[in-house]
Design a protein around this ligand. Sequence first.
Ligand code: KG4
Ligand code: ZN
Length: 340
Amino acid sequence: MPDQKINILAIESSCDDTAAAVLCNGKILSNIVATQEVHQQYGGVVPELASRAHQQNIVPVIHQALVKANIDKKDVSAIAFTRGPGLMGSLLVGTSFAKSLAMGLKIPLIEVNHMQAHILAHFIEEPDFQKPEFPFLAMTISGGHTQIVKVSDYFKMEVIGETIDDAVGEAFDKSAKILGISYPGGPLIDKYAQEGDPKAFKFPKPKVDGLNFSFSGFKTAVLYFVQKETKNDPEFIDKNLKDICASIQYTIIGILIDKLKKAVKETGINQVAIGGGVSANSGIRQALRDAEKKWGWKCYIPKFEYTTDNAAMIGIAGYHKYLKKDFSDFSITAQSRYKI
Ligand code: KG4
Ligand code: ZN
């Protein structure tokens, strides 16, 4: 750890959360998230509304992060920001703000890949949390991504499997929508699932080669199932909601674990970390704890606040780039598609 204090101000604006955090030598001093509620009534993120809300939120969120951290902006060592992947209009707000602030303060600017950051969240300095050792496998599961990544070093990552269509978060959210559950449906499916029977209904698992995933057929299977059952009994959903949610969750988690098992077998690496919004799911968290007991894996499960989008993860990625003096040029632009 360096002798001097390295204070990173991190900004995340890739989707529908405006977030800022301050980290000192990898430890969190503040971690602020403004979740945009405007999208709820539309059942999904509306990009134009997201970028407008980011514009409104960014100044107060950054101000709050600095105040909470008790840091003056002249003590900030560098600004880290999410360059991509994400919604272009949303990314532009964070990118432009980060560039202007770093330029004004005459400090380094550090670009961060959002998906790498979900993985590097495991390296945030936390008293009771063990950090993974390289190499390890990371499964990033969110509303926009589903990947299995071989992580050989902080920024040496290789995607060895990914979805060929929908992300796993979409499988949760779209299934929820079919059931009339409000957006984002993942957390509510999880909540109902905990009181339901996971084997009450059976949904098919997709057959996809290698370590790749597919979830678009799953959502269609849920739709046809619900249409068929509600034709026979219009109150079918109300009567069986918990069992349907438990069965959906059980199937999705089964799909994820099957692929992880395959990845562990193929790579010989049995250290497994998860990240991204869906890693908040109680089913996947339990499945990994079971895997430790059953198959001897070593699993890393993030704290809840680091699962969904946050700026602390951008900050830790920025900190490790700072240590390598990996700074960005001020001509840098946002990138909506940005590979790990
Ligand atoms: O990482 P994230 O905040 O944003 C993206 O980068 O996509 O992930 C959001 C996704 C949504 O699809 C949401 O439904 C899902 O994470 N999610 C969950 C849970 N909490 C959030 N899915 C299942 N169970 C949960 N407990
Ligand atoms: Zn994310």
